[in-house]
Design a protein around this ligand. Structure first.
Ligand SMILES: *Cc1c(COP(=O)(O)O)cnc(C)c1O
Length: 393
């Protein structure tokens, strides 16, 4: 494996462990256990397992290890640990390193289940959590204190696509010795520069762009070898959120085409955002690389492309949003993202239904807001579908 390979080469070749049969496509090692040549060999492996020595699939598995090596090579971290879902990755990254009495600072605009972990789970075990408005650096400066153990944020928030300055927040966190944990799903691994900008730990729901075809749940935690093997692995191998070998194989195959897919989706998202921008029926078209995005300069500096998701705010509120969704013929109503199929969701009545009206208003989740995940269809077909649905409203 060459460290100098470009991302597309890494995504096809890194991490391969060929069996004695010399298979071209990565093998799925659907085994929960591994046999030892002797009692002494078993004893030695339990004492210290080598690089490619496995004990039990909850601890590690060759197919899962291939996936971990490949995604770590892309992200530019020393190591990775794969998990059963994105939430297992977020929970594993935070819970493995925190204990009662620790302090964490987090941005407020979070994926609903991430908010649950920070607000309900960590606090239940005596972790003190302070929430800030992610784009407001003064709030981060005021919230961290000597001894703050971690800061957590989504680099691009859901569904209003606020951009958080990874370098600036990392500098603030590192000044007090805190670990920077970034949920980077919306930025995608292809456009991520999180580690280069200062993040210590990056987590992904691989359910999104890495699978990219809506088949399986998965997650991954990326960081230094020390953090992954000494902090994350002991916690996850004993608490059980391991990725299955079959899922790891799906994710490996997803990685092979990730760069091509995500770039095509981001180009279509840009095309659609530009075409719909200024439409009188929409009060807002939110896309990080549109010139009127409040953090346009930061977004273009931090991400090579604007991502694969955009949000539209219909002037007619919820009634108009529902008529719009129901009139779409190609774009499907669902709540996944990063999929080959374009998917649209109405956050106020689905993903963010649990929040109070005030909380939704504070996050910019208005009754007319819809979130569009742009898929792999032809951009002109998508635009025609969106336009005819707007006409139908
Ligand atoms: C989907 C998502 C998660 C959770 O991932 P699952 O695979 O559904 O468990 C976490 N964070 C963000 C930003 C997400 O979009």
């Amino acid at each position: 494996m060459s460290k100098d390979w470009k991302p597309r080469t890494k995504l096809v070749h890194t991490g391969i462990r060929r069996s004695q049969y010399g298979e071209v496509s990565e093998a799925i090692f659907l085994t929960q256990g591994f046999v030892y040549d002797s009692a002494e060999a078993a004893e030695a492996r339990f004492l210290k397992a080598g690089e490619d020595e496995f004990i039990y699939a909850r601890y590690g598995n060759p197919t899962v290890r291939m996936f971990e090596d490949r995604i770590a090579a892309l992200e530019g971290t020393e190591d990775a640990f794969a998990t059963a879902s994105g939430m297992a990755a977020v929970n594993g990254a935070l819970t493995s390193m925190l204990r009662a009495g620790d302090h964490v600072v987090s941005s407020r605009a979070l994926f609903g289940s991430c908010l649950y972990i920070l607000e309900e789970v960590l606090t239940r075990y005596g972790v003190d959590v302070t929430f800030v408005d992610g784009p407001d650096l003064d709030q981060w400066r005021a919230a961290v204190r000597p001894g703050t153990k971690a800061v957590f944020f989504e680099s691009l928030s859901n569904p209003t696509l606020e951009v958080i300055d990874i370098r600036a927040v990392s500098d603030i966190a590192h000044a007090v010795g805190a670990t920077v944990i970034v949920d980077n799903v919306f930025s995608t691994p292809t456009f991520s520069r999180a580690v280069e900008l200062g993040a210590d730990v990056v987590v992904y729901s691989t359910t999104k762009h890495i699978d990219g075809q809506g088949r399986a749940l998965g997650g991954v935690i990326l960081g230094t070898r020390e953090f992954i093997r000494k902090t994350v692995e002991p916690y996850l191998k004993h608490t059980g959120a391991a990725m299955s070998p079959f899922t790891a194989w799906i994710m490996l195959k997803g990685l092979e085409t990730l760069d091509l897919r995500v770039r095509a989706q981001a180009d279509s998202a840009t095309r659609i955002a530009q075409a719909l921008s200024g439409d009188p029926r929409l009060s807002r078209v939110i896309f990080p690389h549109l010139r009127d995005h409040p953090q346009h300069d930061l977004a273009t500096a931090q991400m090579e492309k604007g991502g694969t998701v955009l949000s539209l705010d219909l002037r007619g509120g919820q009634a108009a949003a529902f008529r719009f969704l129901n009139a779409l013929r190609i774009v499907t109503i669902s709540n996944n993202l990063g999929d080959a199929k374009s998917i649209i969701t109405h956050p106020a009545t689905t993903t963010h239904q649990r929040l109070s009206e005030d909380q939704r208003a504070a996050l910019g989740i208005t009754p007319g807001l819809v979130r569009l995940s742009v898929g792999l269809e032809d951009a002109e077909d998508l635009l025609a579908d969106l336009t005819q649905a707007l006409d139908a409203v």
